[in-house]
Design a protein around this ligand. Structure first.
Ligand code: PLP
Length: 439
């Protein structure tokens, strides 16, 4: 397995920067999953490309873990921010034009949204959702699914990518979290309604919420069965629990109204973030007025606080991004669905041609190649993925110039800035790489 470009130790700017960073920033990175084998450092990001500090240009399918939807440094978004900050940075009192406009656009977009709050990250939105669910129901337990990731908040930081021995068992993402916090979160199996029913039977009147990535993109792209999502809706309603869709990745990406627009299932609460600001920090939580009234500013008892919430940069970024997504002249969804299909179909025929057992999955802008010889329904099937091949494929694609995050189960993203030529070039690189791997 290669580990990224071989860099000259005397002239490499990437090596120099990464060296300085690792002396003073733990591991040289500000988020653990940015460490992908050193030395990596980047100097620019534009359109569908990222350029490393030594001037190597890559077609970017990493998209900052999905925070980029329109392409890097989109002029419509950057222009709107520049204009907004001429008038205001942050006042931190009452509200502003930008906050009202962003909230109205969000509510208009997300089918289940009657009220919305703005936060600075997906993790904060999830924290608020879980606290609100507990505060509203007066119950203590949360249900999540093996394989879903919901950010860094203590209550939910367990059982994402687990080894076969740890799947569905106690598998914390971090030390330093109270076992009590983690043990109040129960683990179910995606696409398996019976596993959720069992938990409701085992803990009657104790489950505050079921939280789910409607499409678990943190393990690539598991496709939800419609009956499963509908079943979750009726099960939570029947048991007096809230259904929380974590649409931090799927929100605004798969449809303007997120995956809930596509599946027609209405959650009580929705978290969203990432791509809605096209690379700038903005996220939020939306829900029914009945539930959202439990926040303190409305007279409820659930704390709502955040110095930077609703700042001008974040709001202007969200407003501009949503307007581009909604613009029929731009045709964002047609573009990324068409290119996504082209990529998936291409990868399917290349893997078939080389006799590599693979499942190419995804929706719209997201594509993944599992190295698997079976159909994928749930996490159980992913335990059979050939992780080494998955990682080797992505690392060799990076060497060829297409940046695909080099870790098993990680997804790839297509943006509005990607072109047919980008996809075709990447497919011919994939043909070479997979051809070599098949030998
Ligand atoms: N929820 C999902 C589904 C995510 O994928 C992530 C981040 O990857 C989060 C929540 C946390 O978001 P953030 O990194 O903005 O805190």
């Amino acid at each position: 397995t290669t580990i990224g470009p071989q860099r000259d130790s005397t002239t490499s700017r990437a090596r120099e920067l990464a060296g300085r960073a690792s002396a003073i920033i733990p591991g040289g990175v500000n988020s653990a999953t940015r460490a992908i084998g050193s030395p990596w450092a980047f100097s620019s990001a534009k359109g569908s490309t990222i350029t490393d500090a030594d001037g190597r240009v890559y077609t970017d399918y990493h998209a900052a873990f999905g925070a980029i939807l329109l392409g890097h440094a989109d002029e419509r978004v950057n222009g709107a921010i520049t204009e907004a900050i001429r008038d205001m940075d942050l006042v931190g009192l009452g509200t502003t034009d930008l906050e009202v406009e962003a909230a109205e656009l969000t509510i208009d977009a997300i089918p289940s949204a009657e009220m919305v709050i703005s936060t600075m990250s997906g993790s904060e939105s999830v924290l608020q959702a879980i606290r609100l669910a507990r505060g509203t129901t007066g119950r203590d337990l949360i249900v999540k699914f093996q394989g879903c990731f919901h950010g860094s908040y203590d209550a939910i930081a367990r059982n994402v990518i687990s080894s076969p021995e740890h799947a569905w068992k106690f598998d914390p993402n971090s030390s330093g979290i109270l076992n009590d916090a983690l043990n109040h979160t129960l683990i179910a199996e995606f696409n398996d309604l019976a596993s959720v029913e069992e938990l409701f039977d085992q803990y009657p009147d104790r489950i505050a919420a079921v939280i789910i990535e409607p499409v678990p993109h943190n393990v690539g792209s598991l496709i939800p069965e419609q009956a499963f999502l509908e079943g979750l809706r009726s099960l939570t309603t029947k048991n007096g629990s809230l259904l929380v869709f974590d649409e931090v990745i799927t929100g605004f990406r798969h449809a303007i109204g997120g995956y809930q627009e596509l599946c027609g299932v209405t959650p009580d609460l929705t978290t969203f973030g990432k791509a809605m600001g096209n690379g700038y920090p903005v996220a939020g939580l939306a829900g029914s007025a009945e539930v959202m009234q439990h926040f303190t500013p409305t007279g409820g008892a659930v704390m709502l606080a955040g110095t930077f919430n609703g700042n001008a940069v974040s709001m202007a970024a969200a407003i501009a991004t949503i307007k581009v997504l909604r613009d029929p002249k731009v045709g964002f969804y047609e573009h990324v669905y068409r290119l996504g299909d082209r990529m998936r179909e291409g990868l399917r025929s290349i893997t078939t041609e080389h006799g590599i057992p693979a499942v190419v999955s995804g929706i719209g802008s997201i594509f993944v190649t599992y190295f698997l010889d079976r159909e994928v329904q749930g996490y159980r099937d992913l335990l059979h993925n050939n992780d080494a091949s998955y990682e080797t494929f992505h690392r060799r694609m990076i060497d060829k110039g297409s940046f695909m995050y080099p870790m098993a189960l990680k997804r790839n993203h297509i943006s509005l800035a990607h072109t047919d030529e980008d996809i075709d070039r990447t497919l011919s690189q994939a043909d070479e790489v997979l051809g070599q791997m098949a030998r």
